[in-house]
Write a protein that binds this ligand. Structure first.
Ligand code: E4P
Length: 217
């Protein structure tokens, strides 16, 4: 089960790579504006690729079909081997998905909140379909049934799409996404670090190491 990292923070990404926890990177305009305001986007994305050597999702911010295709082609030219184009879900977005995928550009359809959207994105030929767990929970319903139905539809119909679950806010969101059938979870570094930690583990390691230091010689 690949874990992607939902961040553009270079130091956090280095840590995740060192722990073997970075099979992909997802960014979005909000993440980059918060973590690296004023940054040159091209330079930042190329730095991320240099550190991680994995697929890196870069999101479109234009809103007409023509602009979106041009924006996508510009990003892909930076590094065709690693750049995945994140296309926000919409009617225009689906047209853009078809054009880009037909030309060999992998697309991650993003900002999705429902089974209907996930199904249409997979049907359009997207490589990745991204469901936003935390934002769905903010609206008062559960992402797990959407993940289960999408996974079943992908298997049944032979779509190539992989389900990414993002908008992860708590450890339990990761566990729930994985057990509901997500192919991939994209997790902020702070939550990945929390996943390593358990007070009983820390206490047990302390007990073992103290016993070794204090053994009779
Ligand atoms: C996923 O690809 C998105 O970058 C991300 O998880 C968005 O979630 P959030 O804005 O709710 O944190």
């Amino acid at each position: 089960m690949p874990i992607f990292v939902d961040s553009s923070d270079l130091s956090e990404l280095r840590d995740c790579v060192a722990m073997g926890l970075c099979a992909g990177v997802t960014t979005n305009p909000l993440i980059i504006s918060r973590e690296a305001p004023g940054v040159d986007l091209r330079a930042r994305i190329l730095d991320i690729i240099e550190i991680t050597r994995v697929p890196v999702s870069v999101e479109l911010t234009t809103e007409t079909e023509k602009e979106m295709i041009e924006e996508a082609r510009g990003y892909r030219a930076w590094n065709p081997e690693h750049i995945v184009i994140k296309v926000p879900m919409s009617e225009i977005g689906l047209r853009v998905v078809r054009t880009l995928e037909a030309g060999g550009t992998p697309v991650n359809v993003t900002c999705m909140m429902s089974f209907g959207q996930m199904y249409l994105a997979a049907h359009a030929g997207a490589t990745y379909v991204s469901l936003f767990s935390g934002r769905i929970k903010d609206m008062g319903y559960e992402p797990a049934p959407i993940i289960e139905k999408t996974r079943a539809a992908i298997e049944r119909e032979g779509f190539k799409a992989k389900i990414i679950v993002g908008s992860i806010r708590h450890l339990a969101d990761v566990n729930d996404a994985l057990s509901a059938g997500a192919h991939i979870v994209t997790v902020p570094p702070a939550i990945l670090k929390k996943m390593c930690w358990n007070p009983r583990t820390v206490e047990t390691i302390r007990e073992f190491n103290d016993a070794w230091k204090n053994r009779k010689k």
